[in-house]
Design a protein around this ligand. Structure first.
Ligand code: NAP
Length: 244
């Protein structure tokens, strides 16, 4: 029977590639998004073309009650939540000395609190069925740190601590919790970076290129699949050798 995967922030970028990859693996997929009213429809169409069910749910993952409602809708539609990919994320870069409080709060809420919100409302279903896979989108920056990204790095380092802790808490229920930590990935998020910064980063990657969204989707697909059943509390770096 097809499993149900929820991918947050799946209207574009990495989330979209992950949603399509999980659909290709035979899972029904819930595409969560917030603003991108045009792009999500295309993602859902492509999911359905792969012969599984796709639905889109608009919800702000930083809001506890909106996520509760979203998970209830998923449960109503599919009867279960088997795979949760916490991917939604934003940046509000700036040097600390000039960072506004609202930019710190927004990044922590969308990137980190969302992971709490989604796990808090999906884990009870997974516990009941005694199985589940949770994959959280961290970043190389959560491991290495990065000037101009104290808010983002804190959110991603927080995700890593959260992942390791929850893995210990719910392993006995056959639920695995892992994180992936991409390096530089070509997406709308990185398209917005200044050209000079992009070139500097690309020049520092031993494998000589940025990641494709497919590179990240492959890793998520592995962690969500049968072969990764004994892996939990792990942080998988996908960064071309940028940071070990
Ligand atoms: P992206 O292209 O900007 O896409 C971000 C996605 O998150 C969009 O689908 C967006 O949907 C959604 N989103 C944003 N705020 C949301 C909210 N409050 N509620 C629900 N959805 C929300 O970003 P990306 O590059 O694919 O990044 C995806 C994840 O990978 C992020 O967690 C990012 O930190 C991480 N990552 C990216 C890179 C990279 O180099 N690109 C590297 C390491 C880690 P709407 O537009 O509809 O709001």
């Amino acid at each position: 029977m097809a499993k149900t995967a929820v991918v947050t922030g799946a209207s574009r970028g990495i989330g979209r590639a992950v949603a399509l990859r999980l659909a290709k693996d035979g899972n029904n997929v819930v595409v969560n998004y917030l603003f991108d009213d045009e792009d999500y429809a295309g993602t859902v169409k492509e999911i359905e073309a792969l012969g599984v069910k796709g639905i889109a749910i608009k919800a702000d993952v930083s809001k506890f009650d909106e996520v509760k409602e979203m998970m209830e809708k998923v449960k109503g539609e599919f009867g279960t939540v088997d795979i949760l990919v916490n991917n939604a994320g934003i940046t509000r870069d700036g040097l600390l000395a000039r960072m506004k409080e609202e930019d710190f709060d927004a990044v922590i809420n969308v990137n980190l609190k969302s992971v709490f919100n989604c796990c808090r409302h999906a884990v009870p279903y997974m516990m009941k069925q005694r199985s589940g896979r949770i994959i959280n989108m961290a970043s190389v920056v959560g491991l290495s740190g990065q000037g101009g990204q104290t808010n983002y790095a804190a959110s991603k380092a927080g995700i890593i601590g959260f992942t390791k802790s929850l893995a210990k808490e719910i392993g006995s229920r056959n639920i695995t919790v892992n994180a992936v930590a991409p390096g530089f990935v070509e997406t709308p998020m990185t398209d917005a970076m200044p050209q000079k910064a992009r070139e500097e980063i690309l020049g520092s990657i031993p494998l000589g290129r940025g990641a494709t969204v497919g590179d990240i989707a492959d890793a998520v697909s592995f962690l969500a699949g049968e072969q990764a059943g004994y892996i939990t509390g792990h942080v998988l770096s996908i960064n071309g050798g940028m940071y070990a």
